[in-house]
Design a protein. Structure first.
Length: 173
């Protein structure tokens, strides 16, 4: 008997990426004065110190968003958001990037709710280091939203778990 298997999604759901894009432009423009411009034509800059705040969303679908900023952008955005300078290497930088991700995630949830999509968000997780990269598992689809501003670049990595792996039968199914 052949199993009914769904093929993986071809692309990341636009309703989710649109909510992230709009929340990012609003947040970085209003709270940080960065006036971001999306730049999909630009390659992702890699190398050097950076920091990322990750939030997961639970509902239908299950997905996550990672805000990834190089050191220079993080320092500029943190100062604008907090109102005072924050050292990149301090614990306060982790707190402020987590709070930035949290504020944007709240806006994302509200934007999705307005479109009839229910999502609950997790607490933020923050990672800092050199050459920080978000890796995707084989059962996920992902996309990036890249932004530039006069005060630095940053990106979002969006990852959605697939409902099923092709040609894989679950135990008990």
């Amino acid at each position: 008997m052949a199993a009914n298997v769904q093929a993986p999604a071809v692309g990341f759901p636009p309703v989710l990426s649109d909510a992230v894009r709009d929340a990012a432009i609003e947040f970085f423009g209003s709270y940080c004065g960065l006036q971001p411009c999306e730049r999909d034509d630009k390659p992702v800059e890699s190398g050097g110190p950076g920091i990322m705040g990750v939030i997961s969303f639970f509902g239908d679908p299950v997905w996550s968003v990672s805000l990834v900023m190089p050191q220079q952008t993080a320092v500029m955005a943190a100062k604008a958001f907090a109102g005072f300078e924050i050292s990149f290497d301090s614990a306060d930088m982790g707190d402020i990037v987590g709070e930035m991700a949290n504020v944007m995630a709240g806006d994302i949830v509200a934007r999705l709710d307005a479109r009839g999509i229910t999502a609950q968000m997790s607490l933020p997780t923050v990672a800092r280091g050199n050459d920080v990269e978000v890796l995707s598992a084989a059962n996920e689809c992902a996309t990036r939203l890249k932004f530039e501003s006069p005060n630095g670049s940053f990106l979002f990595r969006l990852v959605k778990a697939l409902d099923r792996l092709p040609n894989v039968r679950r135990a008990g199914a």
